[in-house]
Design a protein around this ligand. Structure first.
Ligand code: HEM
Length: 231
């Protein structure tokens, strides 16, 4: 299938954004599966004590980030609407499983305070429950054929999910400038990753006019061209 230039930009940017969390997550998944015989990333006692939540988190978050990109390509949506629907269902389930496991880890893993302060705990809970809300609204709007709003909520969910990518990039910049990162600066970087992504998502939604109410199906007159591009 031929993608337009603007679609390639979307694919490449989102793959780059996903790169560090997906590679790091894959290495952690291999480590957890092989046990003590392979240790590359820093040892985390809570992961050894309860590996299943992190396994669920990574095994669902990685495909969510990578295959989620396909859902944002107008050519794919137009030419393969069934693929968009089938993949969308799978991705919504993967996204929800990744958030539920993230919430579980946030609440039940016993972190040293330098790994998760009260601020980071609160931010993670806020992001996790917001993502669940985005999935709920995205799915219900799709069922009501309110396509503009469906797209808006799915963009928001994806942007929050991709917080890990922005956090890695900002974290690298921070380390290059300041040498090391832990404690409050780390909480700031984590929070900033999610805030930046949420703001970018709102900018995209506004630019695409997805917040405007969809036309009622029975309304007379031609459908706006934007509607015909969708699903
Ligand atoms: C959907 C995209 C996401 C990706 C690709 C992703 C990726 C990762 C990665 C690579 C890790 C590191 C595991 C390790 O320590 O080795 C991780 C851990 C974690 N993630 Fe995510 N994540 C995503 C979404 C989220 C969201 C939305 C939240 C919060 C609501 C979250 C909360 C956590 C928590 C609490 C941990 C454990 C952190 C720790 O052990 O220090 N993640 N995630």
């Amino acid at each position: 299938m031929r993608l337009q230039r603007s679609e390639w930009i979307v694919v490449i940017s989102l793959l780059l954004l996903s790169f560090i969390p997906c590679v790091g997550g894959t290495i952690r998944l291999i480590e957890v599966s092989l046990g003590a015989s392979f240790q590359f990333l820093p040892h985390k006692p809570m992961i050894s004590a309860a590996p299943i939540p992190v396994q669920v988190h990574l095994a669902t978050a990685i495909p969510y980030c990578v295959f989620g990109i396909v859902q944002f390509l107008p050519s794919v949506r137009q030419r393969h609407p069934k693929l968009h629907r089938v993949l969308g269902r799978g991705l919504a389930l993967a996204g929800i499983a990744s958030v539920l496991s993230a919430l579980w880890m946030t609440h039940f893993y016993v972190y040293p305070v330098e790994d998760q302060s009260n601020l980071l705990y609160a931010v993670r809970l806020t992001v996790g429950f917001s993502m669940l809300g985005c999935f709920y609204l995205g799915v219900t709007h799709a069922m009501k054929k309110s396509i503009g709003r469906h797209r808006a909520w799915m963009i928001r969910a994806y942007a929050l999910g991709q917080g890990a990518g922005s956090q890695s990039l900002i974290g690298i910049l921070w380390v290059l400038m300041a040498g090391e990162i832990n404690g409050s600066p780390r909480d700031f970087v984590m929070t900033a990753g999610w805030v930046i992504n949420a703001l970018v998502a709102e900018g995209i939604i506004r630019k695409m006019g997805l917040n405007a109410p969809d036309r009622e199906p029975f309304q007379l007159g031609p459908m706006p061209s934007k509607m015909t591009e969708l699903d």
